[in-house]
Design a protein around this ligand. Structure first.
Ligand code: FAQ
Length: 331
């Protein structure tokens, strides 16, 4: 799949003879599977691509706390509340590992957050949809975390060391998140007809936004060819989308729920499910800032940063006060 993308017109990547000696040596290291570390030589475009992707990934983890946060006070039992709180805290942790990985590339956390707050940096489209019922919390764990894992397992083998290492722990935690979401769906599907209908309604609303999460179709993906050459992306958007559909259909069948796609059909010849296309206009509108919750999500993040400013200042003042005597001692 990538061999074709690398050859396509505007998205063509640089051939070895167009690279200078440093770039060629860099590409050879990547081709040999050597991890790139922060102090190694890297082309400026590689560094910028990683800052873009890792910071957007970090923002997604942080903004991704908000749809689930909406249900903490209304979780149906104390046990479900404790589990949901732990999951949301894990997402904050993922954001922190990822901001740290991006900082090794020479960008400050303040700059990354400023880019999020000004709307310059993106975060995942999926977090611009509302959580209307408790079943949405099950659907997020099952489907959104399920899609996130599908995309992130290959990132554990990506070429940039700090990103790959951060992903190892993130993926372990995401697996637990996916199981807790599926467990909520099982409970609802084994419950009353009203509970099962709630689960079906959540699947109906989340299915297409989740299918879009993997990014635009390969022929419209501007970064894929270059990111594949640099082994930042090991599989294409469409390839991961197909894997996700193949994995999820039997899970929906086990729950007794139907996936809202008339075109969904097992294709024995391909050994994969055929499936329909999401509304790509909706996707491009959401990533431009025009989804159902974009303004709300950003306003919440901006307010949280402003409300926490006094605390960050106090931490810096405290650290300065307590570091000074140690520094004197060392001198
Ligand atoms: N949303 O050329 P491509 C999670 C943008 S974590 C928004 O294909 P690329 C955990 C893309 O940035 C979820 N924008 O781009 C959790 C680019 O725009 P730009 C986040 C999107 O980078 C669960 C343009 O479209 N995961 O869920 C999206 O090669 C539950 C062209 O696209 C990651 O970030 C989108 N869905 O491939 C947390 C994984 N898709 O930057 C809480 C790491 C594309 O030029 C609760 N990222 N765009 O302005 C990746 O793997 C890649 O960046 C892709 C996009 C695959 C997302």
């Amino acid at each position: 799949m990538y061999a074709q993308m690398v050859d396509t017109g505007a998205k063509r990547v640089r051939a070895a003879e167009e690279m200078d000696a440093d770039e060629r040596a860099f590409q050879e290291r990547i081709d040999r599977g050597v991890k790139i570390e922060p102090k190694d030589f890297m082309p400026e475009h590689y560094r910028k691509t990683l800052i873009r992707q890792i910071s957007q990934h970090a923002h997604s983890e942080i903004v991704g706390q908000l749809p689930e946060g909406n249900w903490v006070t209304r979780a149906p039992t104390l046990k479900r509340k404790a589990i949901l709180l732990a999951k949301i805290q894990d997402e904050a942790g993922h954001g922190l590992y990822l901001y740290s990985a991006a900082e090794t590339l020479g960008i400050s956390r303040d700059q990354m957050l400023a880019d999020l707050h000004s709307g310059k940096a993106k975060y995942s489209s999926i977090f611009n949809y509302p959580t209307l019922s408790w079943a949405d919390i099950g659907a997020i764990g099952w489907l959104v975390d399920g899609a996130a894992i599908m995309n992130q397992i290959p990132l554990c083998r990506c070429s940039f060391g700090p990103y790959a290492r951060a992903m190892t722990r993130v993926c372990k935690e995401e697996s637990f998140h996916q199981r807790q979401g599926y467990d909520i769906m099982i409970a609802l599907c084994r419950g009353t007809p009203e509970q099962k209908a709630m689960a079906q309604d959540a699947l109906n609303r989340w299915w297409w936004p989740v299918v879009m999460m993997f990014g635009p179709p390969d022929e419209q993906s501007v970064h894929s060819a270059q990111s594949a050459q640099w082994k930042i992306k090991l599989f294409s958007n469409d390839e991961l989308r197909q894997r996700f559909v193949d994995q999820t259909v039997p899970q929906a069948e086990y729950l007794g729920l139907s996936i809202p796609d008339q075109a969904l059909k097992w294709n024995a010849q391909r050994g994969h499910y055929d499936f329909g296309q999401p509304d790509w206009n909706e996707f491009f509108e959401v990533i431009k800032g025009n989804g159902p919750c974009n303004r709300d999500r950003l306003a919440t993040r901006v307010k949280a940063a402003a409300d926490g400013a006094w605390f960050r200042e106090a931490l810096v003042a405290h650290a300065a006060k307590h570091q000074a005597p140690q520094a004197q001692k060392a001198a």
